[in-house]
Design a protein around this ligand. Structure first.
Ligand SMILES: Cc1cc2ncn([C@H]3O[C@H](COP(=O)(O)O)[C@@H](O)[C@H]3O)c2cc1C
Ligand SMILES: O=C(O)c1cccnc1
Length: 340
């Protein structure tokens, strides 16, 4: 059977989005109640306490527990990369997949530092999608099949999923998707990516403008995704939806992964409530899209790598939040005097 024969049509994906559950109020209530008893002044662990609550609300587990965290990297290739929009050639995609396998990439070290699993999903990394300036990146069957493939990253009892990607040219594709979803001008959404010069930036602007013209006013988020998106963005959007349905909290990385999240947001603005935004990428439009969606990232380290690097750091913080909440003694247990 070919991928397209097994694919969900877009209507099935729309129905999945409509069936996404809300927070587990009971687990959330339990964490709030226990937090109030822990040996610390109320609120003194700030955002760490919010993360413990978020984990409980979206995993249904109180106390929250993270035993199988995973960074999923979706690797693919983009036709538009041949139009001078990246500082690097598409050959890097395959080479980086090999580097991930050999343990030599930045993400390997971060995953090791925090004891997080790493899996790389090869989305036809040697077969670029057509350039979004000329043709639709995917047909509906292919786009839906790729979204379904992204859902596979949860297999095997994963209980925290971090989004990562590898695809030379994908800051241009992400900019096009965001421009298609949220409007504005191409220059609002482009940035220097891997480090293009001013001419490269001008080519990115032109590519996004051409892609948007080709889109011809189409506003449906899944149509925007398939026409001017890419496979890694589709797979991550599918994964975000599946994680909500399977009660697995999601950590979004930087600019490119946020473009995938934005597709889900455009379908349902509450559809990202189970997602934590790790960091503000140095890619200039990232702050804009976070603000547009009302999301407050955990930190700003001036990072602009992708491949799940910021998400892995945030997963380390999430693990710490879970340990803090579940391991701390209560005032009663420890015989510590409460607030007088
Ligand atoms: C060696 C290397 C490792 C990377 N890891 C992530 N990216 C990041 O850079 C690419 C996007 O930037 P642009 O749109 O400018 O091509 C993506 O592959 C992204 O994951 C990398 C890029 C390079 C060169
Ligand atoms: O923030 C990102 O996701 C990013 C930035 C630059 C290059 N690749 C990815």
């Amino acid at each position: 059977m070919s991928l397209s024969e097994t694919a969900l049509p877009f209507d099935d994906i729309r129905n999945l989005v409509k069936s996404m559950p809300g927070p587990d109020e009971e687990a959330l209530g339990k964490v709030k109640a226990r937090d109030a008893e822990l040996t610390k002044p109320a609120g003194s662990l700030g955002r760490l306490e919010e993360i413990a609550e978020w984990l409980a609300a979206w995993s249904g587990k109180a106390p929250p527990k993270i035993t199988r965290p995973l960074v999923a990297i979706f690797a693919t290739a983009h036709g538009v990369a041949d139009e001078g929009v990246s500082a690097f050639p598409s050959a890097v995609n395959r080479q980086m997949v090999e580097n991930f396998a050999a343990g030599g990439a930045a993400i390997n070290q971060l995953c090791r530092a925090y004891d997080i699993g790493l899996k790389v999903f090869d989305l036809a990394v040697d077969m670029p999608t057509p350039s979004i300036t000329k043709e639709d990146a995917m047909d509906e069957a292919n786009c839906a099949a790729t979204m379904a493939y992204g859902m596979e990253a949860l297999a095997g009892g994963i209980d925290l999923i971090c989004l990562g990607e590898m695809g030379i040219g994908n800051t241009t594709v992400a900019a096009a998707v965001l421009n298609g979803l949220f409007g504005g001008k191409a220059e609002d959404w482009i940035g220097r990516g891997t480090g293009v010069d001013d001419e490269g930036l001008a080519r990115k602007r032109a590519a996004v403008e051409t892609a948007i013209a080709r889109l011809n006013g189409e506003k449906d988020p899944l149509e925007v995704l398939r026409k001017i998106g890419g496979r890694e963005i589709a797979a991550m959007a599918g994964l975000i939806i599946a994680a909500r349905l399977q009660r697995v909290p999601v950590i979004v990385d930087g600019f490119v992964t946020t473009a995938a999240a934005a597709v889900v947001y455009a379908m349902d603005p509450s559809g990202l409530d189970h997602c934590l935004f790790a960091h503000v990428s140095a890619e200039q439009a990232h702050a804009r899209v976070l603000e547009h969606m009302g999301k407050d990232a955990l930190f700003d380290f001036g990072m602009r790598l992708g491949e799940g690097s910021g998400a892995a750091l945030a997963a380390g913080i999430a693990k710490a939040a879970a340990e803090m909440h579940s391991g701390m003694a209560t005032f009663a247990d420890a015989g510590v005097a409460g607030k007088s």
